[in-house]
Design a protein around this ligand. Structure first.
Ligand code: 13P
Length: 255
């Protein structure tokens, strides 16, 4: 059975004290997890190790980086290598978030290299895809997401897929309060799974965890997670408040 995951993407929020308090409150209210129901927390780089220390004794709670660099090491001032995230205790790295693509010019080719670095370093990858509003309005979102996946991850070998999670985040739903309907999410997730089935075979596609992201909150999480191809969520705004994040985690457990 494929894993369900609720992942918190803090983005550039939460200084050390606030992040510490948030993680403490989440751990206090956390329902029992198991290897099929996981929680991932992605703080800013500088607080990764601190968060790792906070969750290291809690089963099935993992820490993620929000990005890593394309190269393994060298004269790249200000960058963080995938192996450094791994050393710090991170289990996952989020790659290809639309904010990285838009504000930092990350192309599909760059993301393919980052994915390779991350997997080679022993990290698991949460690879983001998703279309802007004009593509959704034009009705070409399936082709758009297919192109992102082909360029970013379809060069991988089948055995590497066990360490890959896909996050579908329609850009028009990120931070806007406008969630994709459960039908829109299900349709895209089924499409993504069919692309993986065509590329890697049905069993590999059936094992792939596909998360939804974009204005996911406790009030809509249960309906989204009830969709057969939605395996959890990548949460932005609602991951910054313990009660809201826990509401979404509980929706995953109940799904
Ligand atoms: P929001 O949940 O704030 O819409 O953000 C989603 C997101 O970008 C998670 O990576």
């Amino acid at each position: 059975m494929r894993k369900k995951i609720v992942a918190a993407n803090w983005k550039m929020n939460m200084n050390l004290d606030k992040g510490h308090a948030l993680v403490a409150a989440i751990l206090k209210g956390l329902p029992e997890l198991n290897s099929d129901n996981q929680v991932v927390i992605a703080p800013p780089f500088i607080n990764i190790q601190h968060t790792v220390y906070q969750v290291e004794d809690v089963p099935h709670v993992y820490v993620a980086g929000q990005n890593c660099f394309t190269e393994a090491a060298g004269a790249y001032t200000g960058e963080v290598a995938a192996s450094m995230l791994k050393d710090a205790g991170a289990e996952y790295v989020i790659l290809g978030h639309s904010e990285r693509r838009e504000y930092f010019g990350e192309t599909d080719a760059v993301l393919a290299k980052k994915t390779d670095q991350a997997l080679d370093s022993g990290l698991k990858v949460i690879f983001c895809c998703g279309e802007p509003l004009e593509i959704r309005d034009a009705g070409t979102q399936n082709d758009y997401v297919e192109a992102q996946l082909k360029a970013g991850v379809f060069h991988l070998h089948k055995h590497q897929l066990a360490n890959v999670v896909i996050a579908y985040e329609p850009i028009w739903a990120i931070g806007t309060g406008r969630t994709a309907s459960s039908q829109q999410a299900q349709d895209m997730h089924a499409h993504i799974r069919s692309l993986f089935a065509a590329q890697y075979g049905q069993p590999a596609a059936d094992n792939l965890t596909i998360l939804y992201g974009g204005s996911c909150k406790p009030s809509n999480a249960a309906e989204l997670f009830a969709c057969p191809d939605v395996d959890g969520g990548l949460i932005g705004g609602a991951s910054l408040k313990a009660d809201e994040f826990l509401g979404i985690v509980n929706a995953m457990i109940g799904a």
